[in-house]
Design a protein around this ligand. Structure first.
Ligand SMILES: [Zn+2]
Length: 329
């Protein structure tokens, strides 16, 4: 398995481990290497978590006793158990949410299921997208052995750490991409760890939250004026990463509105809407999720209406087919 992970120094004391394939589950991690060290997000499985520890291990004196989870998704928390006895800090919504959305069992079953020919064939007719996603994930991930380790310290709107004189601000910005969305600002070093509020050069997948909240958070990142932003997914950027994300989401919402008023379903709309300049981003067919989220707002559905995961992966698959592009998640 080639994990294609690299470490980059982003300021005096801040580092990032980037998962360079930049497909679904290829999340980044951060390190603030002061005051005993703090790790931000712990990767999607134990092999990736261990590789992240090996890379950061080149610069830290010893394993940090503090971890921050930027939100509740599995690709950001499934390596938590590798930091034994650590304080794990997250927004107060995260422990409960993690039990539901980051339960590794369902994905683990999918990865084992698609490896078995007869199970795969049985699943293929009803859920071709789910099978494609499972096969893709199997190329890079192995969820065996993951045990959910929940946050031990939670906060409401803001939380601050003082790492030997370097302030670290945890700012709650959700729900925009997920309920627990938190950004981490290190003012002295002009760095923001954005979590999945920013997907860089790949199509965002938002689960719970509203477009307006997401815009507010992106505006906040621009106001904080960091020199470097470490996105949840994709390569490092500056504030242009926040601006691009906002432009993408605005484009998607505007296009979706027209389709909604024309009476198209969200799937029809996703097939119809041009990728435009975003066709170069990884997994452009994931735009279906952003269309569906816009539709939910137009229909006045609650922002936390649940997703049917197999149906969602199937819809993305159908969009890719309709667009004549290779299926990728
Ligand atoms: Zn993620």
């Amino acid at each position: 398995m080639d994990m294609k992970m690299n470490m980059k120094q982003v300021s005096n004391n801040c580092f990032a481990v980037l998962c360079e394939k930049n497909r679904v589950c290829d999340a980044n991690s951060g390190l603030i290497n002061r005051g005993g060290g703090v790790v931000i997000d712990t990767q999607s499985d134990l092999p990736h978590g261990r590789q992240m520890i090996k890379l950061f291990g080149k610069v830290w004196r010893s394993m940090p006793k503090r971890v921050i989870n930027t939100h509740e998704d599995g690709d950001h928390v499934w390596g938590n158990q590798l930091f034994e006895g650590a304080e794990i800090i997250a927004h107060k919504s995260v422990p409960e949410r993690m039990k539901h959305v980051a339960n590794p069992e369902e994905t683990r079953k999918l990865l084992h299921g698609v490896a078995d020919v007869s199970t795969r064939q049985a699943l293929q007719a009803a859920h071709p997208g789910l099978v494609a996603a499972g096969l893709q994930l199997r190329e890079d991930y192995n969820l065996d052995g993951i045990e959910l380790v929940l946050p031990t310290t939670v906060f409401d709107t803001r939380y601050e750490l003082d790492l030997d004189g370097t302030e670290v601000h945890l700012i709650y910005v959700g729900p925009c991409h997920q309920v627990g969305d938190t950004i981490i600002h290190v003012p002295k070093e002009r760095v923001v760890f954005a979590g999945d509020v920013i997907f860089r050069l790949c199509t965002p997948m938002g689960w719970v939250g509203t477009y307006d909240k997401w815009f507010q958070c992106l505006d906040l990142i621009v106001q904080l004026n960091p020199a470097v932003v470490v996105p949840g997914h994709g390569p490092l950027c500056g504030i242009e990463g926040a601006k691009e994300m906002k432009a993408y989401l605005q484009y998607l919402r505007d296009e979706s509105k027209q389709c909604f008023h024309a009476g198209l379903s969200s799937l029809e709309a996703a097939k119809r809407i041009e990728f435009g300049p975003y066709g170069e981003w990884r997994a452009p067919a994931r735009l279906y999720m952003n269309v569906e989220r816009a539709y939910r707002e137009f229909r006045h559905d609650p922002p936390d209406a649940p997703w049917n995961t197999p149906a969602t992966f199937d819809a993305i698959y159908q969009v890719a087919k309709a667009k004549g592009i290779e299926i990728e998640y």
